[in-house]
Write a protein that binds this ligand. Structure first.
Ligand code: PHE
Length: 489
């Protein structure tokens, strides 16, 4: 029943979808803080080195593999060596679990988008976030208390993502990217320009670019730069691989990879100017020391920023724009996270795109509803620490080893250079085979260390459940016989 292979209708759709997959919550609220706490302006050196040496190199492997095999991750690994199929399902399970909480955070953002028109969060934004929005208990005790507004918003986001990915490639992901990405860019330009005009903006952005050269001798700063590139470019999640498999013959892979990587980094650097200008304004207006305001993640978006919108005269315009930005960035990333999973399921079990999208989204929404309980944010923290710091890096490492060592990748160099104007040289081989795995391994050890410092019994149980899911589900999925007779070719 497998339908004809999907193909992008134009290179620009592919590029927009790729940029959409990379630009996400991480760019908006993770990068500014990483930049600030790792030496400010001087951080750009490790950041650019990581981008060129490691980030772009890894994107190139994914492009080359996806483009060469023109099939899903599970089938590619099966073809390279049939014993490797479970590794593909492990990677996809990790990505799926990450999506379940990623969508929840996008759901919180949707709530804030609605609240932002009237600044309904009131003066105490911290309390409002934890008590009025999340009804958080900060322990496992609230697991049976459903928080209806969070549940509804999670379901809405799952529904939107489902509606996009179930539609054929160009009318679904393609169209969504073509619409949402340009709007996102316009909003971010308005946001940054406006924030630069605020009193105190200078305090913010000057801090951001003020270099601390001594940070360059600190290994952690280099690891932070590399970690940000892995996160921000969504490396190892089989997104680039899946999207590149839909490229038509003759595509310029290297040129495309460079455009995507530079746009993603350009976005985060540009956006951080806006974020820090607002923090500068906030510091001047409220008298709170600048460094006390700097934070990342949900604390920045749902606590500190609402406070800034409270003092800002135009807060009820700039506030909704900010939350809309996060919403669009989140949706385009979430659909990319799911596409690789749906594609692998469709190919192995001969499901239509609609059917795999529906199965994945229903199961995903059910798992996400755990985060719509009073213990939601508590559990989400444990999911995030385990999956992002530990499991995802394992996925990136495995891909590096498989494509660098198991598969003969002189073939990949030829694939990349075939049509591209910019060619990759043999140095790339050394990077992929040696430098990249070593760097990922170091990050991974650092990740294990930070995960292990959380040693309370509930965290241990939840991590155990996640680990079991990451092992058992892939075994089942690889053992199940393929319904599609071409799968084993
Ligand atoms: N790169 C995207 C982001 O910055 C997508 C992503 C999602 C990356 C989840 C890692 C984990 O948000």
């Amino acid at each position: 029943m497998t339908s004809k292979r999907s193909e992008w209708n134009s290179n620009i759709t592919f590029i927009l979808a790729m940029i959409g997959s990379a630009v996400g919550l991480g760019n908006i609220w993770r990068f500014p803080n990483i930049l600030y706490s790792n030496g400010g302006g001087s951080f750009m050196i490790p950041y650019i080195v990581s981008l060129f040496l490691l980030g772009i190199s890894f994107v190139l492997i994914e492009y080359a593999v996806g483009f060469k095999f023109k099939t899903s991750l599970a089938k590619i690994l099966y073809k390279i060596n049939n014993k490797l199929e479970p590794v593909a399902w492990i990677i996809l399970t990790i990505v799926f679990l990450i999506t379940t909480y990623y969508i929840c955070v996008v759901g919180w953002d949707l709530i804030y988008l609605v609240l932002s028109f009237t600044k309904a969060w009131g003066p105490n934004t911290d309390l409002y976030f934890t008590q009025n929005v999340l009804h958080a208990t900060d322990s496992i005790n609230g697991i049976f208390t459903i928080v209806p507004n969070v549940l509804v918003s999670i379901i809405i986001i799952w529904f939107v993502v489902w509606a996009i990915i179930r539609t054929n490639l160009n009318d679904g992901i393609g169209k969504a990217s073509r619409i949402l990405l340009p709007i996102l860019c316009v909003i971010i330009v308005i946001f940054v320009i406006y924030s630069l005009t605020l009193p105190g903006a200078y305090i913010g952005y000057s801090q951001l670019f003020h270099p601390d050269w001594s940070a360059l001798t600190n290994l952690d700063v280099w690891l932070a730069a590399f970690g940000q590139i892995v996160f921000s470019l969504s490396l190892g999640m089989a997104i680039a691989l899946t999207y590149a498999s839909y490229l038509p013959k003759g595509s310029k892979l290297v040129d495309n990879a460079l455009v995507v990587a530079f746009s993603n980094s350009g976005f985060e650097v540009f956006n951080s100017i806006g974020i820090f200008s607002i923090l500068g304004f906030m510091s001047i207006s409220s008298g709170i020391a600048f460094n006390e305001l700097v934070t990342e993640g949900t604390g920045l978006a749902f606590v500190v920023f609402p406070q800034a919108f409270n003092i800002m005269k135009t807060g009820s315009i700039i506030g909704p724009l900010f939350f809309l930005c996060i919403l669009f960035a989140g949706i385009t990333s979430a659909m990319a996270l799911l596409e690789g999973i749906c594609y692998s399921l469709s190919e192995k079990f001969d499901f239509s795109r609609k059917k795999s999208a529906t199965i994945v989204c229903i199961v995903g929404a059910l798992i996400s509803s755990i985060f719509a309980t009073a213990s939601g944010s508590f559990i989400l923290g444990i999911f995030d620490a385990f999956l992002n710091n530990f499991a995802l890096l394992f996925a990136v490492f495995m891909e590096c080893i498989i494509f660098g060592w198991v598969y003969d990748f002189d073939e990949l160099i030829n694939t990349l250079n075939e049509n591209s104007r910019i060619k990759v040289s043999n140095i790339w081989k050394t990077i992929i085979k040696f430098i990249l795995p070593v760097c990922i391994f170091c990050l991974w050890i650092q990740g294990i260390y930070s995960t292990l410092t959380q040693a309370d019994p509930v965290s241990i149980i939840i991590r155990g459940i996640l680990l079991a899911a990451i092992i058992i589900l892939p075994i089942i999925l690889s053992k199940l016989p393929a319904k599609n007779e071409n799968y084993y070719d």
